[in-house]
Design a protein. Structure first.
Length: 275
């Protein structure tokens, strides 16, 4: 697999994850909250930040716990598992700026052309009105444009890789599916999607339509009530009490195993997914 070198032009708070100990710092710094989702099918990898191991044996479908990282500049390199820090890069991003105070999920996934890419998404942790929750849908699959439908009618139309769409909805359950844009051809679902009050439920479509391995992964960020009792958390793993929400038909089977974070004891959570 050839190297996909990503030039870091991180405007508006975009970032890629790195090691806290490796951050370039000059005086007091603010922290960013970062999670990483591995959404490249069939590729178990190691992740290095500034030349040091960050994640090893990182398997498809795995989402890390959110961690606090100092703002600064990071070089990120993804290699085949066991290749070492000097191994050939599968994906590489250099001199990436991590802005303090941001809440980001970095996704390694297939682009629309089927080649691996890194996309940092800024998570919306703004408050939601009482009685409402937030639903965010992200297209990170090697697949054409899709419509996200509720009750058979498009709610988010023409979503392309790597776009996202979101809406604040009354808390409850939405029956949803994913269809090829402008058609009634269902690619994923249907399933009952719980929208929880004060929670941003983030659904990722990932995999490859051509290889027939499309899956969904789910992340939740809680504490978004208008008068929160605590700091917004996230559930890439065990960071908050919500856990990984089994949104699509009580979770869609996972290709995940728990990898090791070489710095600290942050745990990796299995994202339940099935096609």
């Amino acid at each position: 697999m050839s190297v996909r070198r990503v030039t870091a032009v991180m405007a508006a708070g975009l970032l890629l994850a790195g090691l806290p100990a490796a951050a370039a710092q000059a005086g007091p710094t603010a922290n960013a909250t970062v999670s990483v989702l591995h959404a490249v099918p069939g590729a178990t990898v190691d992740v290095y930040a500034n030349g040091k191991a960050l994640l090893t044996d990182f398997k498809p479908g795995t989402l890390t716990d959110p961690v606090k990282l100092p703002e600064g500049a990071y070089d990120l390199k993804v290699t085949a598992a066991g290749a070492g820090a000097n191994g050939a890069a599968v994906i590489q991003a250099d001199d990436v700026k991590v802005p303090g105070g941001a809440n980001i999920t970095v996704v390694a996934h297939l682009g629309a052309d089927g080649k691996p890419v890194l996309t940092p998404f800024v998570n919306d942790v703004s408050k939601v009105a009482a009685g409402k929750g937030r639903l965010t849908v992200r297209h990170t699959a090697a697949a054409p444009a899709v419509d996200i439908r509720a009750g058979g009618k498009p709610v988010f139309a023409g979503l392309t890789n790597p776009e996202e769409a979101k809406a604040d909805l009354p808390a409850g359950t939405v029956k949803a599916d994913v269809a090829l844009a402008g058609t009634s051809t269902v690619a994923l679902g249907p399933a009952d999607v719980p929208v929880k009050e004060g929670v941003n439920t983030i659904v990722y479509a990932w995999g490859s339509a051509a290889d027939k391995n499309l899956k969904l992964a789910v992340q939740t960020i809680s504490g978004l009530h208008h008068n929160p009792s605590g700091i917004p958390g996230g559930t890439g793993g065990q960071a908050a009490s919500d856990g990984v929400t089994p949104v699509w038909a009580l979770g869609l089977a996972v290709l995940a195993a728990i990898g090791a974070i070489s710095v600290g004891s942050a745990r990796l959570a299995k994202v339940r997914a099935r096609s």
